[in-house]
Write a protein that binds this ligand. Structure first.
Ligand code: GLP
Length: 245
């Protein structure tokens, strides 16, 4: 089912596999349109099959990452480069190892650097220097976080250090209490945004994101203020939407 208005597009597909493939095709389409695109990347379980599909399409010669630049959303603060639970390592194992991205085109927040203010400021300017993000890929936390912008994050927030909620630490299975994350305003500057949500544990929050009040209680709701955003869900994640019932 496709519902389109000026502000957002909602795509609901039968299952997680189909939703993930749809997201994969949008990414491939973006790269087809602009070979040197800058992509904003996310981590999380939802992204694992997406990166698997992208790696498979690369293997079939259907997509080329040699001119692509990437900026990941976030990293645990206090995690040295490549720590077992670091998001940098997650990306290496789930995506970077399998495609032809140039090493120096991969950008990541360094969670091991104590000078986090400088790290965050430089990240914003690196994104700017790259000409901005063409396509930002997002997952969503059960409490509505995007990147690590937990509830309470403001629409004008920039890349910064944040505290993780107990829920997020529990769901992600990490000891880290803080993280560095692109801010909401950083994310909203992307030219196009794609959010992928699958599974019934995302149903409650997707209802709030799409049908609830826009505000800091549900950071992902700010995406509705973006002019080119697509929410891609499987039937389970969309299961509580009024229009879908
Ligand atoms: C993490 C990441 C988010 C991601 C979220 C959802 O907290 N920082 O960027 O969207 O988890 O994760 P999952 O896909 O595992 O539900």
């Amino acid at each position: 089912m496709f519902i389109k208005n000026i502000k957002m597009e909602i795509v609901i597909l039968k299952n997680a596999d189909k939703a993930t493939k749809y997201a994969t095709f949008l990414i491939i389409k973006q790269i087809g349109k602009k070979k040197n695109s800058t992509l904003g990347l996310a981590s999380g379980r939802t992204m694992v099959p997406l990166y698997k599909f992208l790696t498979e399409y690369y293997g079939m010669g259907r997509v080329d990452f040699s001119k692509i630049k990437t900026f990941n959303l976030d990293e645990y603060y206090g995690s040295a480069f490549f720590d077992k639970k670091s998001l940098r390592r997650f990306m290496q194992e789930n995506f970077f190892n399998g495609v032809n991205l140039a090493e120096n085109s991969i950008n990541f927040l360094d969670g091991g650097d104590k000078k986090w203010r400088v790290v965050c400021k430089n990240y914003e300017s690196e994104i700017r220097k790259a000409g901005g993000i063409d396509l930002q890929i997002l997952g969503i936390g059960r409490n509505g976080h995007i990147g690590f912008n937990e509830p309470g994050s403001l629409e004008n927030s920039k890349t910064r250090k944040v505290k993780l909620t107990g829920e997020t630490r529990g769901v992600n299975g990490v000891k880290y209490k803080e993280a560095l994350t692109m801010g909401i305003s950083t994310i909203l500057k992307a030219r196009k945004i794609l959010l992928l949500a699958a599974g019934k544990e995302k149903a409650e929050i997707m209802k709030k994101v799409i049908e609830g009040k826009i505000g800091k209680e549900v950071p992902a709701s700010f995406l509705r203020n973006h002019k080119d955003v697509v929410f891609i869900m499987d039937r389970e994640a969309a299961g509580r939407l009024k229009r879908f019932k």
